[in-house]
Design a protein around this ligand. Structure first.
Ligand code: SF4
Length: 95
C-alpha cells in the first residue's frame, strides 16, 4: 500500500517529465488527502480539485494512481472511488 509520502504527486510512479509540469508540484501533498469527515472535508476536497482543474498532466496523474493501486487521495481531481468508476465505464466502439 502506498503511503502519503510515497504517492506525492511529484513522487513515485511517473516519469520525471510529467511530474515537473504538475500544478501541485509546490503544494502541500496533504491537501490531496482531505479528511473524510468533518466541517472542512468538502472545502478541502474542492480546494484540491481546484488545483487539479488547472493541471496539464491530469491524465498522467490518474494513470499513475491506477498503476499504483492507490487507496486514498485525490488524483486528477477525482477521489479513488470516482477514478474506479471512470475506469469501469464501458467503452464505446469506434464506428
Ligand atoms: S492532477 Fe492534481 S494531483 Fe495530479 S498532478 Fe495534477 S495537480 Fe497534482
Amino acid at each position: 500500500m502506498a503511503t502519503r509520502s510515497a504517492v506525492s504527486r511529484s513522487g513515485v510512479g511517473a516519469s520525471r517529465s510529467w511530474r515537473e509540469d504538475a500544478a501541485c508540484l509546490h503544494v502541500d501533498p496533504e491537501l490531496f488527502f482531505p479528511s473524510e469527515r468533518g466541517h472542512g472535508a468538502a472545502y478541502e476536497l474542492e480546494l484540491a480539485r481546484s488545483v487539479c482543474a488547472r493541471c496539464p498532466v491530469r491524465s498522467e496523474c490518474m494513470l499513475a494512481a491506477l498503476e499504483l493501486r492507490v487507496t486514498d487521495g485525490i488524483w486528477g481531481g477525482l477521489t479513488v472511488a470516482e477514478l474506479r468508476r471512470v475506469v469501469a465505464l464501458p467503452r464505446r466502439q469506434a464506428s
